[in-house]
Design a protein around this ligand. Structure first.
Ligand SMILES: Cc1cc2nc3c(=O)[nH]c(=O)nc-3n(C[C@H](O)[C@H](O)[C@H](O)COP(=O)(O)O)c2cc1C
Length: 228
């Protein structure tokens, strides 16, 4: 027969049941303090991410865009919102002409947005991408290598260049050995801004937010990898 040990604290040992002493023994307080201190140090030491590390683990997303009449800028703002929804993400949003070398090289991800001009990216966006070399000298060291890249576009008409615009932006990123991702749509987020569908609608804004969120999530994943 299995004998179970008696339940501790549930036995009556016939001890005298007087009032419980309220005063703690004198050495108890310093011992308790020392124990708490040791526990605190142990928790800090065992923490998987220290304060320094968590600052290091935050990712920076640069959203660079060109916009004359505001459509691409609205999409850029939604991309920013999506990226910011990922905890630990720092986002910088700038017009392509305002981007500095530091903005570019300190970022973990770059999302580029363009209006469609003659079925392709606008001249301003092309100049921005060309300036990665002419102004910032990304090549031959591939200074943008392994940063996350993505694109978004707005165009007046359906089937009139948004996908070409996004793909040519992504092609430039691939040439720089960046890690290209989509989101919102197959090649990025896009919006039709004229005709039956003027401006940016809620679905298009949601696509832009989805792109920003995906970019930030992928950048955080890559950033936290043990070897980069
Ligand atoms: C010079 C120029 C060329 C354009 N070419 C096209 C085009 O080929 N296909 C298209 O869908 N929209 C075209 N558009 C329309 C713009 O892409 C569209 O209005 C866009 O949303 C503008 O963006 P923004 O408001 O950010 O400036 C063109 C607009 C301009 C000014």
């Amino acid at each position: 027969m299995i004998r179970f040990p008696p339940l501790v604290g549930h036995e009556d040992h016939g001890q005298p049941t007087g009032p419980v002493p309220t005063a703690l023994p004198i050495p108890f307080l310093p011992t308790a303090l020392a124990f708490c201190l040791l526990l605190f140090i142990a928790i800090l030491g065992a923490s998987p991410v220290s304060a320094d590390e968590s600052a290091h683990l935050s990712v920076k997303v640069l959203v660079a865009y060109h916009s004359l009449s505001g459509n691409t800028e609205r999409m850029a703002e939604a991309v920013v919102d999506g990226a910011k929804s990922v905890p630990g993400t720092v986002v910088v949003m700038k017009r392509v002409g305002q981007v500095t070398a530091d903005d570019l090289f300190s970022s973990d991800a770059v999302v580029v947005g363009s209006p469609v001009y003659w079925s392709n990216m606008s001249g301003e966006v092309k100049t921005f991408l060309d300036n990665w070399q002419f102004k910032f000298g990304v090549f031959p060291d591939f200074k943008m290598k392994n940063k996350v890249g993505a694109a978004f576009a707005t165009g007046g008409q359906i089937s009139s260049g948004k996908e070409v615009t996004m793909l040519t932006i992504l092609a430039a990123m691939l040439g720089n050995q960046m890690i290209v991702v989509s989101g919102g749509g197959a090649f990025g987020a896009s919006a039709t801004t004229e005709g039956d569908s003027p401006g940016i609608d809620n679905k298009e804004l949601a696509d832009a937010r989805a792109l920003g969120q995906r970019v930030a999530e992928v950048a955080a994943f890559i950033h936290s990898a043990p070897t980069r």
